[in-house]
Design a protein around this ligand. Structure first.
Ligand code: MG
Length: 392
């Protein structure tokens, strides 16, 4: 049996009330993936752990079952145990579920999904050397001690202070001993290191620059910060339709007076088709042919703006929304200038975007090619999608 096994206890049993949702924040989806899955995946891919005990609250059994059905089970999770009334009890339940072969245990908050792998490995090494290690960041603000009337009365020396995070990694037997002693003595604690300090000994603080990125999701503000969750996705779309007599010319939902119209199964709104393809492209969800096949009679003659509404709703269910859109229509004739405002309004409305996030433009090809010869009209679109969280 490998006596140097390192396991993690991931604590997800809190309510996360400051997040302001009726459910536990770790089940919150961002760009289609829960905070909990992001956390477990990050720990797994660090290759630092031999197993994970997940601690959830009993009320969260159903949401957790939904999560695993949707996002899969993290293979490193060896068992799921219920938490207690306090974080301390929850950790204790996790410790009791660990196999005796485990030498080191990392206690980690499920709400920290971005811990750098370099930080995890530095902590494992420090725990092996010192018995206990925690990640910390230097204090950048001056810290004050206040009295009960909320007056500042003392200023500790900043160089002796740090703010600490998780994962906190310990020799398993020693942490179990610290928790047992705290339980017997009725000593409460908000983190495991404080129990270790009190009953066992010193805890090494690992302070690397990467600790600054190890944020804990507490409020919704935390997930709107660029960088971590808010990763924009660019998409490009292109479409072309043939001009023919006896059809209406519809561009961006506007009927434009002209002797010909575009040929197609729907209303053949080439500009909206390019835009939808750009959106589906950014979402890595294929193209409009896949979602609205030509062979399906329900789409015959349909307004492409209606299809665009479908695409917007589809992206929304996947947690994505357009941040901006830029559409270029390539047509030798007719002149589109007088219809631009109406076209733009239609797109703004469909995408729920203000005027300064949507651009519609038209160009000719100076008589060259199929557009120049008046055989057809083409369109190109570029969109940026972002997690809809960022816009809420
Ligand atoms: Mg088309």
């Amino acid at each position: 049996m490998n006596s140097n096994q390192v396991w993690a206890i991931v604590v997800a049993a809190g309510r996360g009330e400051r997040f302001g949702k009726p459910y536990n924040k770790v089940f919150h989806l961002i760009d289609g993936q829960s905070i909990l899955t992001r956390c477990l995946t990050n720990l797994s891919s660090s290759n630092a752990f031999d197993g994970i005990i997940l601690v959830i609250s009993e009320q969260d059994e159903a949401p957790y079952a939904e999560l695993t059905a949707r996002e899969g089970v993290c293979p490193l999770v060896r068992s799921v145990v219920y938490g207690g009334a306090t974080r301390q009890e929850s950790v204790m339940n996790g410790l009791r579920a660990l196999p005796e072969s485990v030498r080191y245990v990392a206690v980690h908050d499920a709400a920290r999904p971005f811990t750098a792998h370099s930080v995890i490995h530095a902590l494992v090494n420090a725990a092996a050397e010192y018995g206990a290690a925690i990640p910390g960041t230097p204090m950048t603000d001056t810290v004050k001690i206040m009295d009960r009337e909320v007056f500042s009365v003392e200023t500790p020396d900043r160089s002796t202070l740090c703010a600490v995070q998780t994962p906190q990694i310990f020799n398993r037997e020693k942490l179990l001993q610290a928790h047992s002693m705290a339980l017997n003595a009725g000593v409460p604690a908000t983190d495991d290191a404080s129990l270790y300090e009190r009953f066992i000994g010193r805890v090494k603080v690992v302070m690397t620059p990467e600790c600054a990125d190890n944020i804990k999701v507490t409020t919704q503000q935390d997930i709107r910060r660029p960088g971590h969750f808010i990763i924009p996705r660019a998409g490009h779309g292109y479409d072309a339709h043939r001009l023919t007599e006896g059809r209406d010319l519809i561009l961006c939902g506007v009927k434009i007076p002209y002797e010909k119209g575009l040929l197609g199964h729907s209303d053949a709104d080439v500009a909206v088709h390019a835009l939808m393809d750009a959106m589906l492209g950014a979402a890595a969800m294929g193209d409009i042919g896949r979602h609205f096949p030509d062979s399906d009679p329900q789409y015959r003659g349909i307004s492409s703006i209606k299809l665009l509404n479908h695409v917007v709703a589809l992206l929304e269910t996947n947690g994505l929304a357009a941040a901006n859109a830029d559409v270029t229509i390539v047509a030798q004739r007719p002149k589109l200038k007088n219809y631009m405002d109406e076209m733009k309004n239609n797109i703004c409305e469909a995408l729920s975007l203000p005027e300064d996030r949507v651009n519609i433009k038209a160009t000719t090809t100076e008589g060259m090619g199929f557009e120049g010869e008046g055989l057809g009209i083409s369109a190109q679109a570029v969109v940026m999608l972002i997690p809809s969280e960022a816009l809420s």
